[in-house]
Design a protein around this ligand. Structure first.
Ligand code: BES
Ligand code: MN
Ligand code: MN
Length: 480
């Protein structure tokens, strides 16, 4: 295999690999059924399964049923399991038998709200192909990637009547709102979900043509700060200067979160942060990355962050504390002289191993209570949390993954970190005791959570081929 600017060579001896290939029969099946597979994907994408909005509750339920039907149609058993929130869909095929590994595939069928609608070039829930990309809300995050897993299973079962591994598919409807009920579900169903490996496609590749295995995810502690001053809005002339302004008080609280070097100044915040292995940091520096290109992509006048770290280190290895939303006072047209009664901020901290979301929330609460100016009350309310995660990248699962990715993409994968969060990943690992493989087929610029979300059709197709090959490799138990 060629020598890519990647850091997989720190873990693997690629020269010792026999070049793997996508099994020809599976490849032919996927090519033959390409049109129908796309039609089915588009049908799935048309369901506006927005988990955050109560008016879409029925659509979320409809998407769950759709996924269960899609599982049954390919020969799996499927159950739509209710939770206190949106349902979990569990699909199973256990025909490989006890001598073969069991893999759990996780994905989510819920999507982010599509707003602002006016910025979409084609309607968010009417999938449209432009320039080789499929545009729709959920195309890449995560319906397209969940669906490609079902089609990889289908290829095996249709062509060969069997699969080299047992599979359990867990499709969730609450990922985009924090997966609040999934941990409980995994604990309650731990026996049924017992497996040798967890595989998830809900992330992106580092660059086009560069298949990527994730080595880490950040966790999350999300809360809301409410600052209350006077019992009602006041005339800012008659009262301003003598009554503490809640908007100003909130601004002062928020301003204490960081020091001048961009470090989080909340006492105890970094106590649990575990050092990153030297070879991981070395690998990150070897990835092809340009600060200037990144800056231009985001359209910011300059980059900024914690002093002493590179951009990728800031994104992948360091925790953050960010304001996600701010609300107070008059924000309409023109001027209104008012001293607002209250102010609110949505704040989320991205966490790294081994920070604990509840402990971070406790520290933040104590800090806010300490720094809140006299004359207002500040309350911190929990919204959601999730643990950070780091992989060890050793063992047959990762060997199989890198062979399968090499087969489908024609080059060895790179190992990358990730700044985003998938709250349930740490739970899977802890509760089920199985290694987690994160292999996603999105691309930078895919507009996840934003208008004009897309998945590259080439990646969707190669993703199906890679995953079909993954089961072949894992079932064969080949090692290099
Ligand atoms: N698929 C993303 C996670 C992700 C983002 C992976 C970017 C790789 C790259 C997931 O659907 C997501 O959006 N997660 C949320 C979690 C939150 C709602 C708890 C996130 O990261 O904000
Ligand atoms: Mn996702
Ligand atoms: Mn998402």
């Amino acid at each position: 295999m060629g020598d890519a600017p990647c850091w997989a060579h720190l873990f693997y001896d690629f020269d010792a690999m026999t070049p793997p290939a996508v099994p020809a029969d599976l490849d032919a099946y996927l090519a033959q059924h390409d049109a129908r597979i796309h039609e089915q994907l588009f049908e799935f994408l048309r369901i506006p399964s927005v988990s955050a909005r109560s008016e879409h509750k029925g659509d979320v339920a409809r998407a769950a049923t759709w996924v269960a039907d899609a599982m049954r149609a390919i020969g799996m058993t499927a159950e739509v399991a209710p939770t206190a929130g949106h349902p979990v869909v569990v699909g199973e095929w256990r025909g490989a038998g006890a001598g073969k590994p069991t893999v759990l595939i996780y994905g989510h069928y819920d999507v982010q709200p599509a707003e602002p609608l006016e910025l979409w070039e084609s309607p968010p829930f009417e999938p449209t192909v432009r320039g080789g990309n499929i545009y729709a809300r959920g195309s890449v995050d995560d319906k397209g990637q969940l669906f490609l897993h079902l089609k990889a299973i289908e290829a095996h079962l249709e062509v060969r009547g069997t699969l080299p591994v047992n599979v359990v598919v867990v499709a969730e409807g609450e990922e985009e709102v924090g997966s609040e009920h999934l941990e409980r579900f995994i604990v309650d169903h731990a026996k049924r979900l017992a497996c040798d490996a967890v595989v998830i496609s809900d992330s992106a590749m580092f660059a086009p043509g560069l298949p990527s295995i994730l080595s880490s995810l950040r966790g999350m502690a999300y809360f809301q700060i409410d600052v209350q001053g006077p019992s009602g809005d006041l005339h800012s002339g008659s009262y301003g200067g003598a009554v503490v302004n809640p908007a100003m008080a909130l601004a002062r609280i928020l301003a204490t979160f960081h020091d001048a070097d961009g470090r989080i100044a909340v006492p105890g915040f970094y106590d649990a942060v575990r050092e990153w292995p030297a070879k991981v940091r070395e690998g990150m520096r070897a990835l092809p990355f340009s600060d200037d290109e990144f800056r231009r992509d985001v359209g910011a006048p300059a980059l900024g962050g914690e002093k002493g770290y590179t951009t990728l280190e800031r994104l992948w290895t360091r925790p953050t504390c960010e304001v996600n939303g701010l609300l107070s006072g008059y924000t309409g047209e023109g001027a209104k002289t008012v001293l607002p009664a209250k102010a609110m901020a949505k704040v989320s901290c991205r966490l790294v191993p081994d920070q604990d979301p509840l402990e971070i929330e406790r520290l933040m609460k104590a800090h806010v209570a300490r720094v809140a100016p006299a004359g207002v009350t500040a309350t911190v309310t929990h919204l959601h949390g999730g643990r950070p995660w780091r992989a060890d990248l050793e063992g047959p699962l990762f060997d199989a993954a890198r062979r399968a990715l090499a087969a489908a993409f024609g080059r060895e994968p790179v190992i990358v970190g990730e700044g985003g969060s998938i709250p349930v990943v740490g739970d899977f690992e802890r509760v089920l005791g199985a290694p987690v493989l994160l292999v996603g087929f999105g691309l930078p610029g895919e507009n996840a959570h934003a208008p004009n979300e897309w998945i590259s059709d080439e990646n969707f197709v190669k993703g199906m081929r890679a995953i079909a090959t993954l089961w072949e490799e894992l079932g064969a138990g080949r090692r290099t």
